[in-house]
Write a protein that binds this ligand. Structure first.
Ligand SMILES: *Cc1c(COP(=O)(O)O)cnc(C)c1O
Length: 231
């Protein structure tokens, strides 16, 4: 029987192959597409196995879970926050995050700016867009995106690096296309202090399609670690 770790190795190799394949098909040779390992519910030993394979960019969803696991992670890993973030929890993660991908309100942006200033850091962030305008999902609606970006542009301890989205699972392709249009539209506006380097889009079920529509950071949980065991 194969161990869980052997499955992770196989999964990792297959995902890397599929990313390469999508890139050859849809993108330019020089494009970089980053693979993020999404760690929710995954034990640190399994995460460290993925890091050793080369998946050294981690995506964290929950502050408490991250706090309980972080000391066991291989310290060479880079960590992004990708889950819904409550303003009162920003202070716990501000030191550790290379990027906070899930900024979805002015209030949250202001708190990240305030906490980043306190720890003398410029915090890189993405704005999360609720591309399907789903009531159940966080993220700013496409209509409000530009206003939020303008308000964030003047915050001294925040640097906007791009956009993140979780499209509705049904008819994902239409929304991937719409998200790419928004990303390109904002990029073309060359707003002061707003960079559009990163489009974080694509998960286990749609990452090849997301690459087709311009994603350069895919966030993968299930396809890498297997189905999640919720407790
Ligand atoms: C869980 C999660 C993922 C990964 O989802 P999978 O379908 O398991 O690959 C990606 N992004 C976010 C924000 C998530 O919460």
């Amino acid at each position: 029987m194969k161990t869980d770790f052997e499955y992770i190795t196989e999964n990792y190799n297959r995902i890397c192959y599929e990313i390469e394949e999508a890139k050859v098909k849809y993108r330019n040779k020089e494009d970089t597409i980053e693979l993020m390992a999404v760690t929710k519910t995954v034990p640190p030993e399994a995460v460290n196995h993925a890091i050793a394979l080369g998946a050294n960019l981690l995506g964290e969803n929950r502050v408490q879970e991250y706090e309980s696991k972080k000391d066991f992670y291989n310290p060479t890993a880079r960590v992004h926050f990708i889950g819904h973030l409550q303003t009162n929890k920003v202070k716990y993660i501000i030191d550790d995050m290379e990027l906070i991908q899930s900024v979805d309100s002015l209030r949250l942006a202001a708190e990240i700016d305030r906490q980043a200033k306190r720890v003398s850091k410029i915090q890189d962030v993405l704005v999360e867009v609720n591309i399907g305008d789903e009531a159940s999902k966080s993220g700013v609606s496409p209509d409000e995106l530009e206003n939020l970006l303008m308000e964030m542009a003047v915050m001294g301890n925040i640097r906007v690096k791009g956009l993140m989205t979780i499209p509705p699972p049904q008819s994902s392709e239409k929304f991937l296309y719409k998200m790419q249009e928004i990303y390109l539209d904002i990029s073309s506006k060359n707003m002061d202090n707003i960079n559009m380097d990163i489009l974080s889009m694509g998960m286990s079920g749609d990452f090849a399609k997301a690459i087709q529509y311009g994603s350069n950071l895919v966030r993968i949980g299930t396809a890498l670690f297997g189905a999640r065991n919720y407790v």
